[in-house]
Design a protein around this ligand. Sequence first.
Ligand code: ZN
Ligand code: ZN
Length: 138
Amino acid sequence: MIIIVTEPESMDQLVYFTQRKLGDKGTARVWVYRGDCPACGKAKMGKPKDPKTGRAKIRAKEYECPECKHIIEKTEYEETLSAESKYTCPECGKDGEGSIPYKRKTYQGISSLIFVCEHCGVKIPITKKMKEKKPDKN
Ligand SMILES: [Zn+2]
Ligand SMILES: [Zn+2]
Protein backbone atom coordinates (compact mmCIF):
# COMPACT_ATOMS: atom_id res chain seq x y z
CA MET A 1 0.00 0.00 0.00
CA ILE A 2 1.34 3.39 -0.94
CA ILE A 3 0.45 6.24 1.32
CA ILE A 4 1.43 9.73 0.38
CA VAL A 5 1.29 12.26 3.14
CA THR A 6 1.59 15.97 2.54
CA GLU A 7 3.81 17.95 4.83
CA PRO A 8 2.04 20.99 6.20
CA GLU A 9 3.20 24.41 5.10
CA SER A 10 1.64 26.34 7.91
CA MET A 11 0.19 25.74 11.36
CA ASP A 12 -2.97 27.52 10.21
CA GLN A 13 -3.87 24.43 8.19
CA LEU A 14 -3.68 22.19 11.23
CA VAL A 15 -5.61 21.21 14.30
CA TYR A 16 -2.66 19.29 15.73
CA PHE A 17 1.09 19.09 15.31
CA THR A 18 3.77 17.36 17.29
CA GLN A 19 7.36 16.32 16.89
CA ARG A 20 8.73 13.45 18.94
CA LYS A 21 11.90 11.61 19.66
CA LEU A 22 11.31 7.87 19.96
CA GLY A 23 13.93 5.93 21.81
CA ASP A 24 17.52 6.27 20.62
CA LYS A 25 17.12 6.50 16.87
CA GLY A 26 13.46 7.10 16.15
CA THR A 27 11.68 10.35 15.42
CA ALA A 28 8.18 11.23 14.35
CA ARG A 29 6.40 14.28 13.08
CA VAL A 30 2.62 14.05 13.29
CA TRP A 31 0.02 16.49 12.05
CA VAL A 32 -3.70 16.69 11.45
CA TYR A 33 -5.22 18.93 8.79
CA ARG A 34 -8.37 20.88 9.39
CA GLY A 35 -11.32 19.39 7.53
CA ASP A 36 -13.94 20.96 5.28
CA CYS A 37 -17.34 21.79 6.71
CA PRO A 38 -19.51 18.67 6.16
CA ALA A 39 -22.62 20.84 5.81
CA CYS A 40 -21.63 23.38 3.12
CA GLY A 41 -18.18 22.19 2.03
CA LYS A 42 -17.12 25.78 1.39
CA ALA A 43 -14.73 26.36 4.27
CA LYS A 44 -12.50 24.65 6.79
CA MET A 45 -13.98 24.11 10.20
CA GLY A 46 -12.32 26.15 12.93
CA LYS A 47 -12.68 27.09 16.55
CA PRO A 48 -15.46 29.61 17.04
CA LYS A 49 -14.27 33.20 17.25
CA ASP A 50 -14.82 35.48 20.12
CA PRO A 51 -17.07 38.25 18.71
CA LYS A 52 -15.35 40.83 20.90
CA THR A 53 -11.71 40.10 20.12
CA GLY A 54 -12.06 38.29 16.76
CA ARG A 55 -9.70 35.66 18.04
CA ALA A 56 -10.41 31.93 17.95
CA LYS A 57 -11.50 30.46 21.25
CA ILE A 58 -8.92 27.70 21.43
CA ARG A 59 -10.44 26.00 24.46
CA ALA A 60 -13.88 25.76 22.85
CA LYS A 61 -15.44 22.30 22.96
CA GLU A 62 -16.77 22.63 19.43
CA TYR A 63 -15.77 23.63 15.93
CA GLU A 64 -17.67 26.07 13.77
CA CYS A 65 -17.84 26.68 10.02
CA PRO A 66 -16.98 30.31 9.30
CA GLU A 67 -19.30 30.27 6.24
CA CYS A 68 -22.55 28.64 7.34
CA LYS A 69 -21.99 28.57 11.13
CA HIS A 70 -22.50 24.81 11.26
CA ILE A 71 -21.25 23.51 14.62
CA ILE A 72 -19.79 20.08 15.43
CA GLU A 73 -18.73 18.83 18.81
CA LYS A 74 -14.92 18.67 19.12
CA THR A 75 -14.42 14.90 19.49
CA GLU A 76 -17.00 14.06 16.84
CA TYR A 77 -15.28 16.40 14.39
CA GLU A 78 -11.74 15.32 15.21
CA GLU A 79 -12.56 11.64 14.73
CA THR A 80 -13.43 12.35 11.08
CA LEU A 81 -9.93 13.72 10.45
CA SER A 82 -6.73 11.89 9.57
CA ALA A 83 -3.47 12.05 11.44
CA GLU A 84 -0.48 11.91 9.11
CA SER A 85 3.06 11.10 10.09
CA LYS A 86 6.55 10.96 8.74
CA TYR A 87 8.77 8.97 10.99
CA THR A 88 12.04 7.18 11.45
CA CYS A 89 11.09 3.84 12.98
CA PRO A 90 12.57 3.34 16.47
CA GLU A 91 12.75 -0.40 15.79
CA CYS A 92 14.14 -0.87 12.27
CA GLY A 93 15.53 2.64 11.73
CA LYS A 94 13.89 3.10 8.32
CA ASP A 95 12.01 6.20 7.24
CA GLY A 96 8.34 5.77 6.64
CA GLU A 97 5.04 7.54 6.55
CA GLY A 98 1.47 6.77 7.34
CA SER A 99 -2.02 8.04 7.83
CA ILE A 100 -4.50 6.89 10.49
CA PRO A 101 -7.81 8.17 11.87
CA TYR A 102 -7.27 10.99 14.37
CA LYS A 103 -8.59 8.87 17.19
CA ARG A 104 -6.58 8.11 20.28
CA LYS A 105 -6.44 4.62 21.72
CA THR A 106 -5.04 3.46 25.01
CA TYR A 107 -1.59 2.01 24.59
CA GLN A 108 0.20 0.76 27.71
CA GLY A 109 -2.13 2.89 29.78
CA ILE A 110 -1.48 6.10 27.87
CA SER A 111 -3.86 7.70 25.40
CA SER A 112 -1.99 7.58 22.08
CA LEU A 113 -2.19 7.80 18.34
CA ILE A 114 -0.81 4.49 17.14
CA PHE A 115 1.04 4.37 13.83
CA VAL A 116 2.42 1.12 12.47
CA CYS A 117 5.83 1.04 10.80
CA GLU A 118 5.33 0.29 7.10
CA HIS A 119 8.58 -1.67 7.02
CA CYS A 120 8.66 -3.85 10.14
CA GLY A 121 5.11 -3.53 11.47
CA VAL A 122 6.09 -2.34 14.93
CA LYS A 123 3.62 -0.07 16.70
CA ILE A 124 4.72 3.55 16.99
CA PRO A 125 2.59 5.14 19.70
CA ILE A 126 2.43 8.92 19.84
CA THR A 127 1.39 9.54 23.41
CA LYS A 128 -0.90 12.40 24.23
CA LYS A 129 1.59 13.98 26.53
CA MET A 130 5.28 13.43 26.20
CA LYS A 131 6.64 11.47 29.11
CA GLU A 132 10.28 12.33 29.03
CA LYS A 133 12.59 9.72 30.43
CA LYS A 134 15.67 11.26 31.87
CA PRO A 135 18.79 9.95 30.18
CA ASP A 136 20.89 7.60 32.27
CA LYS A 137 24.01 9.16 33.59
CA ASN A 138 27.07 7.19 32.64
ZN1 ZN B 1 -20.31 25.31 6.41
ZN1 ZN C 1 10.19 -0.33 11.47
